[in-house]
Design a protein around this ligand. Structure first.
Ligand code: NAD
Ligand code: DAU
Length: 337
């Protein structure tokens, strides 16, 4: 089968393309990516000699290009997005442009070209936040209540994707996944920011009181979940994907990473909180487990050890990206003072 993957030069898309080509030797992938600050074509240059992989630089909002690429594709896996909450607070417009209008453009092209499956990668952030200290979890029935421009733009796209199923019969599926971590994650995000700060001998910035909870999932487990949905998922269905069964606060996570890297708590630094910071995310992934037989393989410990090792071994990959990310954070901090 031929796949069109969007945003495959980013973190999850890169891991997905590697995973898919390794495990599905008969399939081909075309990777459409605009190469924003978050995309790096070099992530997959080793595959560019293969007849099974092609990189195309372009915007998902480009109608002619989307149509042309979908003529050859049977399946679309749509990752491309502006993905960072802090940047959406600073500059929301591009989030609406890419995440909503870009998705709309892809849906139109998918319909025209009779795509067999359009899979949209969404987030658990569309559900808003949960209270601390409860056992409540997000599931497929949870009402949408997005709090940031990022999550609002993702939620808008979720609705749009579902509408193309109900109105036009486009065979869509959606995964609403929790926080991913692992190799190739841009160092603006919490886990790679912590690891690269420690490698640079710098402190870890903890927003607010550090008592915020995310449901961490190792990226390869997310790729396996997408695979399960593409193989066995039913058109028109959404599937929640998460990694943990017990809450881990940001502060505990930071301490776990410090321990793995052999450093002490003097590396912790509490900083000004994010505006509208969601308290707690936790995902009930029983539906995908029961219906499609998926569950995460990595524990938080094993996933973090692999991730720390990857960043230790790949400084040339993250060094320039870290400079860009920290310049963004410096400008943000100057505004908060
Ligand atoms: P990322 O920011 O690392 O990568 C995004 C990629 O999309 C980049 O390669 C970028 O160049 C590309 N892109 C951005 N705008 C584009 C456009 N207009 N046209 C073409 N390409 C464009 O993001 P990620 O963390 O890999 O996330 C991938 C998807 O998964 C996103 O849709 C995100 O909302 C979703 N998601 C992410 C997480 C997470 O924890 N990272 C969790 C749940 C869902
Ligand atoms: O839940 C899924 C979402 O997870 C995805 O949809 C998003 O694309 C992805 O970016 C991620 O969003 P978060 O905002 O949860 O991730 P981030 O890595 O930015 O932050 C994780 C937590 O860590 C959050 O509570 C904020 C906190 N944090 C973050 C940074 C960068 C800090 O305390 N210090 C930091 O320096």
């Amino acid at each position: 089968m031929t796949f069109l993957v969007t945003g495959g030069a980013g973190f999850i898309g890169t891991n997905f393309i590697r995973y898919w080509l390794e495990n599905h030797p008969q399939d081909k992938i075309v990777n459409l990516d605009r190469l924003t600050y978050a995309g790096d074509r070099k992530n997959l240059t080793d595959l560019e000699n293969s007849s099974r992989y092609q990189f195309v630089k372009g915007d998902i909002g480009n109608q002619g290009l989307a149509n042309q690429l979908m003529k050859e594709a049977e399946v679309v896996v749509h990752f491309a997005a502006e993905s960072h909450v802090d940047r959406s607070i600073e500059n929301p417009e591009v989030f609406l442009q890419t995440n909503i209008l870009g998705t709309f453009n892809l849906l139109e092209a998918a319909l025209k070209n009779k795509i067999k499956r359009f899979h949209y990668i969404s987030t658990d952030e569309v559900f808003g936040e949960l209270p601390l200290g409860t056992k409540e979890k997000f599931n497929e029935e949870t009402k949408f209540d997005p709090h940031s421009p990022y999550s609002a733009s993702k939620a808008g796209a979720d609705h749009l994707v579902l509408s193309y199923y109900h109105t036009f019969g486009l065979p869509i599926t959606i995964t609403n996944c929790s926080n991913n971590y692992g190799p190739y994650q841009y160092p603006e995000k919490f886990i790679p920011r912590m690891i690269t700060n420690i490698l640079d001998g710098k402190k870890i910035p903890i927003y607010g009181d550090g008592q915020y909870v995310r449901d961490w999932l190792y990226v390869t487990d997310h790729c396996r979940a997408i695979e399960a949905v593409l193989r066995w998922g039913k058109p028109g269905q959404t599937y929640c994907v998460g990694g943990l069964t017990k809450d881990v606060s940001n502060l505990s996570l930071a301490k776990m990473i410090l321990k793995i890297m052999g450093k002490g708590e003097e590396y912790l630094e509490f900083v000004v909180d994010r505006a509208g910071h969601d308290r707690r995310y936790a995902v009930d992934w029983n539906k995908i487990k029961k219906e499609l037989g998926w569950k995460p393989k990595e524990t938080i410990k094993s996933g973090l050890v692999k991730t720390v090792f990857w960043y230790q071994q790949n400084e040339s990959w993250w060094r320039e990206k870290k400079k860009e990310a920290e310049e963004f954070y410096q400008k943000l901090a100057a505004k908060k003072i």
